[in-house]
Design a binder for this molecule. Structure first.
Ligand code: 6GU
Length: 254
């Protein structure tokens, strides 16, 4: 997968794309990530990318020209009204990161992970000229109901969530789908040595060697935890009906 990020602050993303699972995935050739400074396509000596809003008001607005030029350079084709949308799922997904977008969740992450190419455009300041939305055919995505100063942290979230799903990225297949949200429940509790730490013992069943009992315990724990902390996930129909009954019956123990 190729990921291109267009941002005014590439430095905010540099460390993140070089470290941990994302960094290893890049080194292994599983994904290629390029960070582009929007200012490269800015206007004049100061590489200006923003201007005051028509109609007045506080703050600055990102101008059209630098963004259109940036996307033309990244995609190496003309963009804008009269050309195909920049986002062409499933192979190319081009996202505008903004609090006004579709809320990112694991199903959307899975969709994005099937793309060959992601283009992420990070917002800043008060917003974008509306003709960036109107003319480019980007998908607007938000990472949650709170306001960030810009889309860079959101782009980092999208990249990390997507890259860990790419084949080979985790190094141990199967684990990506073993975790919270994969089946609509939160993750079960995990333990490692020692068996007793400051008078807190590891649940006996995990040391019993009975794999079926371990599976049952984990499933019950995951459901109980989900019921207690995120009942909305069960109502949305993530966990299967049998699982829901297990919860209703109080069919789990510590
Ligand atoms: Cl994508 N951008 C900004 N500025 N704020 C956000 C967001 C994005 N997602 C949630 N809040």
């Amino acid at each position: 997968m190729q990921i291109d990020v267009v941002t005014l602050f590439p430095g905010m993303l540099e460390g993140m794309v070089g470290a941990s699972i994302v960094g290893r995935a890049r080194q292994a050739g599983i994904c290629e990530i390029r960070l582009h400074d929007l200012r490269t396509w800015g206007e004049g000596r100061w590489r200006k990318v923003d201007d005051r809003p028509y109609g007045g008001g506080p703050g600055m607005v990102i101008r059209c020209e630098p963004v259109y030029r940036a996307l033309e350079a990244v995609l190496q084709r003309p963009v804008g009204p009269g050309t195909p949308p920049v986002s062409q799922p499933p192979r190319t997904r081009a996202l505008l990161l903004t609090p006004q977008g579709r809320r990112l969740d694991q199903p959307l992450v899975r969709e994005l992970a099937r793309a060959e190419r992601l283009v992420l455009l990070c917002g800043r300041y008060e917003g974008f000229d509306e003709r960036i939305r109107r003319g480019l055919g980007l998908e607007e995505v938000s990472i949650g109901d709170y306001v960030l100063a810009g889309g860079e942290a959101a782009a980092a979230v999208v990249i990390e969530a997507v890259v860990r799903l790419l084949p080979g990225a985790l190094g141990h297949e199967g684990s990506a789908e073993d975790e919270s949200f994969a089946d609509g429940t939160l993750e079960y509790p995990q333990y490692t040595r020692p068996p007793v730490f400051r008078s807190m013992a590891v649940p006996e069943v995990l040391r019993s060697g009975d794999h079926q009992a371990v599976e049952r315990w984990r499933r019950a724990q995951a459901l109980e935890r989900t019921r207690a902390r995120r009942p909305d996930l069960l109502r949305e129909g993530g966990a299967d009906a049998g699982g829901r009954r297990e919860v209703d019956d109080g069919g789990s123990e510590a």
